[in-house]
Write a protein that binds this ligand. Structure first.
Ligand code: NAD
Length: 268
């Protein structure tokens, strides 16, 4: 994505991938300074481990507690998280604005946390978070606490097993987002919502999954006649575009990249 965008805009940058473990992370981060790289992306399992190795943190990255993008300004490394801004930008690209609205979201892992904190920070008014009792439950509790303490959004956590609450909270939401990965392999063909009557026509249904392009959740939403149904491709492109802009100061040619890399594949 990045190399094609650099070439398209004639920018003298190159994007390279390195396999970094928790053990080699400190030396790898120092090499960003040593080699005067403009920055980097960070993937799991280093998104949290990198925090103490950076000089500065963007306020939302601090609230999320994870970084996926680093920018090097003359040896000063600042950490950002662009998954949440990518999500909000993907909606903005469709002329949709959820600020001031209620959101219901399933999941509070890496993607869910970034979306929840960014949406609250940007002005979503009310948020109902549903999670299962797995290792991310504590994270969901932390997200609710941070949102209620540090933003104007009112957040609540529910057990996903409480299906009455799930239906009720979705019913008066402007957007339902699934950030659980249910719907992609190995859970392809599955959905947390299987009853179209959970949805109303004028809402947004957003699945962070982008392979397959149409998930079971999206089919259920379409069956319900929901007007705005999205997979995670727009979010994935826009989180990259946000990082691209942080490094280069330029807008990524997102439509060009979508056509070039993602619209002709067999994932639809
Ligand atoms: P994660 O492991 O950090 O979090 C997974 C979340 O899903 C947790 O809250 C967990 O409780 C929940 N979950 C897992 N299995 C479940 C089940 N069977 N039923 C109900 N809840 C369940 O994962 P992540 O990194 O947050 O990724 C989640 C999804 O988001 C993946 O599908 C990933 O591809 C997608 N994602 C998309 C983008 C994008 O740009 N579109 C970016 C990041 C992640």
């Amino acid at each position: 994505m990045h190399n094609n965008a650099f070439a398209k805009l004639g920018l003298n940058f190159a994007y390279l991938a390195f396999e970094i473990t928790n053990d080699t992370l400190p030396a790898a981060v120092q090499s960003i300074r040593t080699l005067d790289m403009r920055g980097s992306n960070i993937s799991m399992p280093n998104k949290q481990k990198i925090l103490p190795l950076l000089d500065k943190l963007d306020p939302v990255a601090k609230m999320v507690g994870a970084v996926n993008t680093v920018v090097n300004d003359n040896g000063v490394l600042t950490g950002y998280t662009t998954d949440g801004t990518g999500f909000m930008k993907a909606l903005a690209d469709e002329n949709l604005d959820i600020r001031g609205e209620k959101m219901t979201i399933a999941g509070a892992g890496g993607a869910g946390t970034a979306i929840e904190i960014q949406a609250a920070y940007d002005g979503v008014k009310e948020m109902s978070i549903f999670n299962i009792h797995d290792q991310t439950w504590e994270n969901a509790e932390r997200n609710v606490k941070i949102i209620n303490e540090q933003t104007d959004c009112k957040a609540q956590l529910f057990d996903l097993a409480d299906q009455d609450a799930f239906k009720r909270e979705i019913a008066d939401s402007a957007i339902y987002c699934d950030s659980t990965g249910v719907g992609m392999k190995p859970l392809e063909g599955k959905s947390l919502v299987n009853d179209p009557s959970f949805f109303h026509k004028d809402m947004i249904v957003f699945d962070t999954v982008y392979a397959p392009r149409t998930t079971k959740l999206m089919e259920v939403a379409q069956e319900a006649g929901v007007e705005h149904v999205f997979n995670g491709l727009g979010m994935m492109l826009e989180q990259g575009a946000e990082a691209f802009k942080l490094w280069t100061g330029k807008e990524m040619p997102v439509d060009y990249i979508r056509d070039l890399l993602f619209d002709q594949d067999d994932q639809k």
